[in-house]
Design a protein around this ligand. Structure first.
Ligand SMILES: [Zn+2]
Length: 399
């Protein structure tokens, strides 16, 4: 009997839970995915690479002796400090501030949203300026205020940022802002060692020297069960692999890739997958990527990238046949990015909806099984179409 996508989501998001790189959850997910591909009869290849294994239990912050909620920014070094707080709410204030021996409190215009990692290929200049100023001024620690009420994001998530830092909820930020010059105590009991993670590749051979790449990332950010982002995408991929493995006599091969470290990778061009890709970009007929779908209150979306007009029209027709799927503008992120920027036609299945991604609220209980089944059907139709056509059909002929 075929495994339903929802059962894969249950296994990955509920039984395993958080799958951040370098954690036991990440390894358990890799193992689960490997077994699922093997069970479907596919040859599996492991592509390991090193990563930080970071954790920080029980971060503690006290304002005037009172405990306040704070969570360590991902990859923050450990610290134990008692220093005056220095509130900052503009780039100009940061430029002129003397932060030596202080705890910098970043709020307002300095934390409109997460600050991009230093090496991130799409980083805004302004984010880089803020990070460089902090590094030059070396405060004892940095507290970033979460600008959105009721969410649980981290403002800094950068393996290369070496100043201890935490994010605090908005209400804690407000309390801290009124304590300028007073001491705060901050304890981040973080640990970071050398770790490892791996992409998992599985193959369905075809007669022609061409392949379709079907991919989804299985890692998550810290402390989220990652049900829609992206246990759901992996679940759709695994269900699709099981279904397509039953179809014999394939013309175009299929390579399934369960990517790791999508969430914290600032430099996809350094990704071991792209560095060791056996067939070049020119031998890939198309890429089907799934990321962030399935929340019951969301709408499944389809975007296409870099394909021929015929490929786009077929994708659009398949979408229109499913009233629950909306069209969305191409979005430059996730695992399709490297492919379409190298001329490979891509379809990305995602969702528009509630902002639960990267939070503890991205729960299995909010995944709609039918949305996943429908995505598998759509992608199976697209895969069948790609197999029936000339391998050049999907590609833009002007290169
Ligand atoms: Zn994702």
């Amino acid at each position: 009997m075929m495994t339903k996508p929802i059962d894969h989501v249950r296994a990955l998001a509920e039984k395993i839970g958080c799958r951040m790189i370098g954690t036991p959850g990440n390894s358990a997910a890799e193992e689960y995915i490997t077994q699922a591909f093997q069970k479907a009869g596919l040859g599996v290849e492991r592509m390991p690479f090193s990563c930080p294994a970071w954790s920080a239990e029980k971060t503690q912050l006290w304002i005037s002796g009172r405990p306040a909620e704070a969570y360590a920014n991902a990859f923050s070094p450990a610290c134990l400090v008692s220093r005056p707080i220095f509130p900052l709410c503009s780039l100009e204030a940061l430029e002129t501030a003397d932060l030596d021996g202080k705890v910098a409190l970043l709020m307002g215009d300095l934390v409109r949203g997460p600050l991009a990692a230093k090496s991130f290929f799409l980083k805004p200049e302004r984010d880089l300026r803020i990070i460089h100023l902090l590094e030059a001024k070396r405060p004892a620690a940095v507290i970033t205020v979460n600008p959105a009420l009721g969410t649980h994001w981290r403002v800094i998530e950068d393996m290369e940022f070496t100043i201890p830092s935490v994010t605090v909820p908005l209400e804690v930020g407000l309390a801290l802002a009124s304590e300028a010059g007073n001491r705060v105590q901050l304890h981040i009991p973080a640990q970071c060692t050398a770790g490892e993670t791996a992409h998992v590749l599985a193959h369905l051979p075809g007669r022609l020297p061409w392949s379709v790449v079907v991919c989804a990332h299985y890692d998550t950010k810290v402390d989220t069960p990652g049900a829609s982002d992206n246990a759901a995408g992996v679940a759709v991929m695994l269900a699709l692999s099981e279904r397509l493995a039953l179809q014999k006599n394939r013309r175009v091969g299929i390579e399934f890739v369960a990517f790791s470290n999508e969430e914290y990778d600032p430099t996809p061009e350094e990704n071991v997958y792209f560095k060791t890709m056996s067939a070049g970009f020119e031998n890939i007929v198309a890429v089907l990527n799934m990321d962030g779908l399935g929340n019951v209150a969301s709408t499944t979306t389809l975007a296409d990238f870099s394909g021929s007009a015929a490929f786009q029209q077929r994708g659009e027709a398949l979408r229109q046949a499913r009233p629950g799927v909306a069209r969305t503008e191409p979005w430059p992120a996730s695992n399709h990015f490297m492919f379409y920027t190298h001329g490979v036609p891509c379809v990305a299945i995602s969702a528009a909806g509630p902002g639960v991604w990267h939070t503890p609220a991205d729960l299995f209980s909010w995944i709609d099984p039918q949305m996943l089944d429908s995505a598998v059907d759509l992608l199976a139709d697209l895969a069948a179409e790609l197999d029936s056509r000339d391998p050049q059909w999907s590609r833009c002929q002007d290169g």
